[in-house]
Design a protein around this ligand. Structure first.
Ligand code: URA
Length: 265
């Protein structure tokens, strides 16, 4: 009994050590299916990228498919289901959860980030890690909260939060052009279902998807239009965590959003 107990303890310690090394992290650029049953086909080898094992259409038909599914989604629940069933984006295969949205669907402010990170992937909720906590802290002083129940004399408006990409990219790499293009029809539908009065685009990926421009340090602080909805580009909170000096600019952008909200009200 002693021995088997010790074996168990050793095995547990070994597993903990592997976890610390990141055994549960997705590290390659392309998801690998290490569980594929290669006895069924000589061509499919264990470790072959999933994308080559399945009949993935070319990018333009993947986009057409995304457009038709997005168009058919008449409610947020339907849109979420359409995304969950969309098999043409490889990122889905390397992620734990679909990270759809958080916040109040009736919000006037819609905040759009890049893609989920580790915490978001685990919880299936956008912006819950360190960057997300900073985002919540940034919103509070301009009276915004993603939690409707917190509305009071100081927190007077709600926000709705999602990402351009709803699945965590391997090792938090930037999503590539194909992945952004495939998700864009869903994102546009998402925006039209929420009908925000103001859009906040966090970081370069979000600006590239929504206004076709990058160079966030130049774009930030200026109003753009997305289908006639005012859009404010801001530095991503993950960037602000690493660059304290950019927080001053972020504060000035937040004040512009507050002003615009007051104008609209
Ligand atoms: N960064 C993002 O862009 N989105 C998240 O949900 C979390 C971190």
């Amino acid at each position: 009994i002693m021995d088997s107990k010790r074996d168990m303890t050793d095995a547990l310690e070994l597993l903990k050590w592997q976890l610390e090394l990141g055994v549960d992290e997705n590290v390659g650029n392309i998801p690998l299916n290490r569980f594929s049953d290669h006895s069924q086909s000589d061509e499919v080898k264990v470790g072959t990228p999933v994308s080559t094992q399945q009949k993935i259409p070319n990018i333009s038909s993947a986009i057409t498919e995304a457009e038709s599914r997005a168009e058919q989604s008449k409610t947020l629940d339907q849109l979420k289901a359409s995304l969950a069933n969309y098999e043409f984006c490889d990122l889905k295969k390397g992620s734990r959860n679909l990270v759809f949205s958080s916040g109040d669907p009736d919000a006037e402010v819609m905040i759009i980030g890049e893609a989920p990170g580790r915490e978001e992937d685990i919880q299936g909720v956008p912006f819950v890690g360190r960057a997300g906590q900073l985002l919540d802290k940034m919103l509070r002083p301009i009276g915004l909260t993603r939690n409707k129940d917190q509305i009071n004399d100081n927190l007077i408006n709600t926000a709705y939060i999602c990402n351009v990409i709803p699945w965590r990219p391997p090792h938090n790499r930037d999503p590539n052009t194909d992945e952004i293009e495939m998700m864009l029809p869903f994102l546009k539908r998402h925006i039209s279902l929420i009908e925000p009065k103001i859009i906040v685009a966090l970081g370069n990926i979000s600006c590239r998807a929504l206004i076709g421009q990058t160079g966030i340090t130049k774009l930030r602080g200026n109003w753009f239009d997305f289908d006639e909805t005012p859009l404010m580009p801001m530095c991503h909170p993950a960037y602000l965590l690493r660059n304290n000096s950019a927080k001053k600019d972020a504060w000035s952008d937040l004040l512009k959003i507050k002003e615009k909200l007051e104008d609209i009200a």
